[in-house]
Design a protein around this ligand. Structure first.
Ligand code: IFM
Length: 482
């Protein structure tokens, strides 16, 4: 008897590809990688002061040397080229180019960014510049910092300087990175520079960061070619109530207001949310804080919204004793100004070295939510990644399967969001290099490239090779092809 041949129909392979032209990048920030803290005229920023204050940063680490990117940028660009990166998102150190935060620029400081961007362009890598990634010149903090309105005007002057200096080389500009952290961690919980813990100053800082963003967009527009794009990057909290109770829903509403809509409201919709104003009316008089014309400035159109995502934010009604799980560092002062009674929870027990829960569905929800609320606004994931306890094997390799799994799952969430209609134009892995992770110093490694801080040797981790392959194919590996 002849055997019956059964024909198994091959399942159509799931489409794991990204749209043509999708931008593949990696990101860093000036204070986290540059080092050269006192070279070529640079003066201290609030992060220099903060990190040099005993007890503020883990192990007393500072950004004095960091990953020495200031001196090694050529090698780093070569590394980016090897990985096939299409774009590099870096930030500019304000006090390197304008040491007092006002007045004329220092050419030596500008020259570093001219050299860096030239090197990138020569390597075929698109430079994406962020003007402010948390390092306010100390002199401006001494004059009152972001709670003072004048800081927003100084920021616009600085934006104009940078637009003039690099406008011919940089086509995509981001004004602020994660202004929530600048305002709420810097002036609220104090776990970031300048380390103040004043709820009134926090809300004033948030408004002046918004104003600074709007004024900077205006200033950039006067200096940049029409083809250049402007953007803002927000660390939007993907807020979830712990239960279906009305109390937890109310906690989620409050955290969404003070965590997200305090920025998206004025920037994208031209108004601060009524509920936020009511929640914080005992702290600030918004009618006095927001001057006539401010909202028009703040809501100037941007070309792209940058979204940074790491983990969801699960909340419940409570007494604030659960704040420690908000993922934003330990402080007896809650950063959640006006809503300090809300409790925070981990979404699950799969954690990164930051103790952040791994949940890629939050990224999909954020992107599709933004696409639904602001369908005309192009999006970019300007940061996503994970810290794990990486080490160099005896063979000299850094095997980081957990990071590969994290990236795979989150990129798949981006791909699904695109398939569901979100106009996501690109993805920047955080971070290109291991670097100074703020209050955690060098104890947390986010890089695709391992940095041995004693020699500054770079070792691309397995995840870097994996990412290079994704970039090359413009697609994720299909199941079973990892
Ligand atoms: O390292 C930071 C970065 O500077 C801003 N976004 C979050 C990253 C990880 O904490």
């Amino acid at each position: 008897m002849t055997a019956v041949r059964t024909e198994t129909k091959a399942e159509p392979a799931a489409d794991t590809s990204f749209p043509p032209g999708f931008v593949w990048g990696a990101a860093t920030a000036a204070y986290q990688v540059e080092g050269a803290a006192a070279e070529d005229g640079r003066t201290p920023s609030i992060w220099d002061t903060y990190s040099h204050t005993p007890g503020k940063v883990c192990n007393g680490d500072t950004g004095d040397i960091a990953a020495d990117h200031y001196h090694r940028y050529r090698d780093d660009v070569a590394l980016m080229k090897d990985l096939g990166l299409g774009a590099y998102r870096f930030s500019i150190s304000w006090s390197r180019v304008q040491p007092t935060g006002r007045g004329p620029a220092v050419e030596r400081g500008l020259d570093f960014y001219r050299r860096l961007t030239d090197e990138l362009l020569e390597a075929g890598i698109t430079p994406v510049a962020t003007l402010y990634h948390w390092d306010l010149p100390q002199e401006l903090e001494d004059a009152g910092g972001w709670p003072q309105r004048d800081t927003a005007r100084r920021f616009a002057d600085y934006a104009e300087i940078m637009g003039r200096a690099l406008g011919d080389r940089v086509g995509l500009w981001t004004t602020l990175n994660e202004p929530w952290c600048s305002a709420f961690l810097g002036y609220g919980s104090g776990v970031h520079a300048p380390g103040r813990t004043d709820p009134v100053a926090t809300l004033r800082a948030a408004h002046h960061l918004n104003l600074g963003h709007g004024l900077a967009v205006g200033a950039l527009r006067t200096t940049l070619p029409a083809s250049a794009q402007t953007s803002l990057t927000l660390n939007l909290h993907q807020v979830r109530p712990l239960t279906d109770s009305p109390e937890d829903a109310e906690a989620a509403r409050r955290i969404d207001a003070v965590g997200n809509r305090i920025f998206t409201g004025p920037v994208l919709d031209g108004a601060y949310p009524e509920d936020l104003i009511a929640d914080t009316a005992h702290l600030v008089d918004w009618a006095e804080l927001v001057h006539d014309g401010d909202l028009e400035e703040i809501s100037r159109p941007i070309d792209v919204l940058g979204v940074n995502y790491y983990a969801p934010t699960v909340v419940s009604a409570g007494d604030g004793t659960g704040t420690k799980n908000d993922g934003h560092g330990a402080s007896e002062h809650s950063p959640w100004t006006g809503s300090d009674h809300v409790d925070f929870h981990l979404a699950n027990d799969q954690l990164t070295a930051m103790n952040w829960a791994i949940d890629p569905s939050g990224l999909h929800t954020l992107l599709t939510g933004l696409a639904a609320s602001h369908p005309q606004l192009p999006l970019m994931v300007t940061e996503n990644g994970a810290a794990f306890d990486d080490y160099v094997s005896p063979e000299g390799r850094v095997n980081d399967p957990q990071r590969i799994a994290y990236l795979h799952a989150h990129l798949d969430a981006v791909r699904r969001a695109v398939a569901d209609g979100a106009d996501v134009r690109g993805y920047f892995l955080w971070s290109l290099l291991d670097n100074f992770e703020w209050s955690y110093g060098y104890s947390k490694r986010f890089g695709a490239v391992y940095v041995d801080y004693s020699t500054q040797r770079r070792i691309p981790k397995e995840s870097a090779h994996w990412y290079a392959e994704v970039i090359r194919r413009n697609a994720l590996p299909a199941a079973g092809q990892e």
